[in-house]
Every structure is written in structure tokens, then in C-alpha cells.
Design a protein. Sequence first.
Length: 324
Amino acid sequence: MQRKNLFKLLATSVALALVPTLTSAQAYPNRAIKIIVPAPPGGAIDTIARVVGEKIGASMGQPVIIENKPGASNNLGTDVLAKSTPDGYNIGIVGGSHNTNKFLFKNLGWDPEKSFEPIIYTHEVPLVFAIYPQIPAKTLPELVAWMKAHPNDAKVATSGRGSAQEMAAEMFRMASGTPMLLVPYKGSSAAHPDLLAGRTALYIDTISAIQSQVKAGNVRAVAVSTKKRTTSLPDVPTADEQGLKGFDANTNGGFLAPAGTPKAIITKLNTEINAALKLPDVRTKLEAAGIEVQGGTPQDYAALIKSDLAKWGKLVKDAGIPAE
């Protein structure tokens, strides 16, 4: 009898403990939601945050505020997100550096897996091997041959520490055995003038940032970095097609919440964002910016983060890139 009463008491205690969580999830949202973007306005993740934020704000009946927190190779805003209250009113969107910075910086203050709850995988942005058009190379093998013949001129622009552009350049160096000097810039807008003037030879840039220069003929695209050709530049072959078998580099990412955010809220956000990503006008806007729309479950995004951490961690180790 006493044992039966004990079980009844325990069951009641568990049920009562769940009431605040269930109530808060059912009432969610009842005020503005903030999306932290660890990058300046105008880039891929900022664009996604604004386009998707507008849609989920309308569907959930609450305003969505975009807060840009750029700096320190996207670490600043990500740190702010990690330390935010895990109540569903503080979420963020991250890009490829989320899965590389762990290996490049010694004291992040956050962990790419343990500090966050994945909400949804939103995007992939292919990279384009864009070269100064006076270089006599029309294909990736021809570019490799030219760089090996002109090592002093083999200057490759990157977007700084931990960027997708830097990681792709290091992957290219390892895969092709090509000598090169990496030249860091503070983003694509800063790197483009030197590429257009021939002060750098190559920039493996996001398609969203470089496609207008390619289409204008200001730079020549000799390859894309993903395993499949991109819909934005369908005539440009992949690096894999041109002999760098298995080459696959891009910048991808999605929405995260601070660790401890209730699962019911994560599920609701996932449902709302998935629905937004399927809207024709959302897809049109994002695809026009060179962003390939994704989607799926929180578990899908968690698996991608784990896979990317393994890939980039191995590259950093094999290339001997020191952490700062």
C-alpha cells in the first residue's frame, strides 16, 4: 500500500513539474522573438533571417526582431546567442564558420554542439572558383598548372580566419598540391577590388557574393565547390568533375537556440520555419541570391553539424593550421 502511494506521489510530482514547461510552450509566442545574426547586414544568413523572420512573425502573430552582432569571425554574435535565455525568444542563425571556429580559436566560450539546440537546417551556399580573367586558364586543371608555373603570383583571397573561403582554399591546396599565398580580407566586398584588378589570382567565393561579377564578365568562373552543379551557374562544372575527386566545400547553416530551450518550442519553431521555406516567394528570393534552400528536422541539422565538425576538424589537423 505504501509502495502504491509512493508511486502515485512520484507521478503527481513529475506531472506538476511539467506544467510550467507545457504551459509556456502552449502560450508561445506571446511577445517579440529576436533573431541574432553573427554577421553584418546583407550577407546570406542575414538575408535568410530577414526573409524567414518576416514570414514566421506573420504566422505566429508576433514581431520578429533581427539583431546583427558581427565580429571576431562570427564568434561574437554566436557567443551572445549561447549565453541568451533559453526561452524561445532568443534564437539565431549561423553559417559555415560555426563548424570551423572550434578548431581555429582556443577560447571560444561556447561549443558548437553542447551550447545549442538545433532548430532547422536552412541553407547551403556553393562556392565558386573565380579567377582574374587575364589568367590564361579556362578550366580548373589549367588553373592548377598556371599556379604551379607562377608560384609568386598564386595569391588566393579569403574572407579571413575561419571563413568558408579560407577553408575551401585550404582544401584546394591539400587536394591539388598547388602552392599558394592566402591573402585575408574582411569579407567579399573588400576582396573583390583586388581580384578584379589582378592583385590576387583566385577567390573561392560564395556564389551569392560573386555571381554578379561572373555574369558581368569581370571574373571567370572555372569551377564550383559542391558535388553537384549549382542552379545559379549551371554551365560551370564542379571541382569533382574536373579531377579533384570528392571535393566538397560550401557554407551552410541554419537556426539554433541556446541549450536548454524547451523541446516543444524547438518543435514549433521547426514547423514554422519549414513552412516558410516552402513558400514560393521565399524560395524565389533566396535562390535569386544564390542560396540553396534546405529544411528538415532538428535531428537532421544536428547530424549535419556533427558531420561537418569531423570534416573540417580533419582538414585543419591535416593542413597544420594552428589555433589562435
